[in-house]
Design a protein around this ligand. Structure first.
Ligand SMILES: NC(=[NH2+])NCCC[C@H](N)C(=O)O
Ligand SMILES: [Mn+2]
Ligand SMILES: [Mn+2]
Length: 300
């Protein structure tokens, strides 16, 4: 494989209220992402960072229970344009977050190029809230709903089209903290979810096999959106919304390796790495290891 990988950093921290996740792209680069991927005989290009507004130091304005709506929407729109160009050029976009709100930008840029884009949402959360259902007003808890076309128009209409994806093309893995409104949406839309309960009961090999088979039949490309808080906070402590009882290092590597073997992944993002909350860059190192597995280290 001599695939071109285009790395895009997104120093976004306005989708939630703990500062530091804007340093995620730096922490991931410092953890050696470029060298690691160059060893895989991939053609790596680092496109640098998307320009993101800084938070106001005094108060963060909320519109319709959406914190920093304007800045988050603008940041994701810039990202969407960049991702669109990368996919257009035939390269694989690898997006480094930043908080998870940026997924609506990534998906806007990728989904344009597919009839039926699949999404694997690897996360402790569903990120299926709207301004109405959100307990926090944090947009990083909303990008999956937004990509389904549900939410504020400033968010759902990024790149001028909606929805980006269909509910039957989504698989959520690792969920263990779902809000009431999110549960309702999951039922209503029939979204596939492997909660930690299922992972414990079935084991990761079966969860991934089912996920891959499910998506294989119905999609023409699959985007991986990996929130580091999907992992257990003992192993990935540098995240803003940790939830106990998460996926292990081993399970996550196996998941990435099985995705690499499936050859179905067309784009990916790794989000919510917050070096301020981390222990010696452990979480960024974890992210780099997982990217290596996803992009084929185990296939060498
Ligand atoms: N991407 C994330 N870490 N999302 C966490 C969301 C937490 C909670 N469900 C909320 O909406 O506020
Ligand atoms: Mn999460
Ligand atoms: Mn998330």
């Amino acid at each position: 494989m001599n695939q071109k990988i285009s790395i895009i950093g997104v120093p976004m921290d306005l989708g939630q209220n703990r500062r530091g996740v804007d340093m995620g792209p730096s922490a991931i680069r410092y953890a050696g992402i470029i060298d690691r991927l160059e060893q895989l005989k991939l053609d790596i290009e680092d496109l640098g960072d998307i320009k993101i507004a800084r938070p106001a130091h005094n108060n963060q304005e909320k519109v319709d229970n959406l914190r920093n709506l304007k800045e988050v929407s603008e940041g994701s729109s810039l990202l969407a344009e960049k991702v669109d160009q990368v996919v257009q050029s035939g390269a694989f976009p690898l997006v480094l977050g930043g908080d998870h709100s940026i997924a609506m930008g990534t998906l806007a840029g990728v989904a344009k190029h597919y009839e039926n884009l699949g999404v694997i949402w690897y996360d402790a959360h569903g990120d299926l809230n709207t301004g109405e259902s959100s307990p926090s007003g944090n947009i990083h808890g909303m990008p999956l709903a937004v990509s389904l076309g549900i939410g504020h128009e400033k968010l759902t209409n990024i790149l001028g089209y909606a929805p980006k994806i269909k509910p039957e093309n989504i698989v959520i893995i690792g969920a263990r903290s779902l809000d009431e409104g999110e549960r309702v949406l999951i039922k209503e839309k029939g979204i596939q979810v492997f909660t930690m309960h299922e992972v414990d009961k079935m084991g990761m090999p079966a969860v991934m096999e089912e996920s891959i088979n499910y998506l294989k039949g119905r999609t023409d490309g699959v985007h991986l959106s990996l929130d580091l808080d999907g992992l257990d906070p003992n192993e990935a402590p540098g995240v803003g919304t940790p939830v106990m009882g998460g996926l292990s290092y081993r399970e996550s590597h196996l998941a990435m390796e099985m995705l690499a073997q499936s050859k179905m992944i067309t784009s990916a993002e790794f989000v919510e790495v917050n070096p301020i909350l981390d222990e010696k860059n452990k979480t960024a190192n974890m992210a780099v290891g997982l990217m290596g597995s996803l992009l084929g280290e185990s296939l060498l």
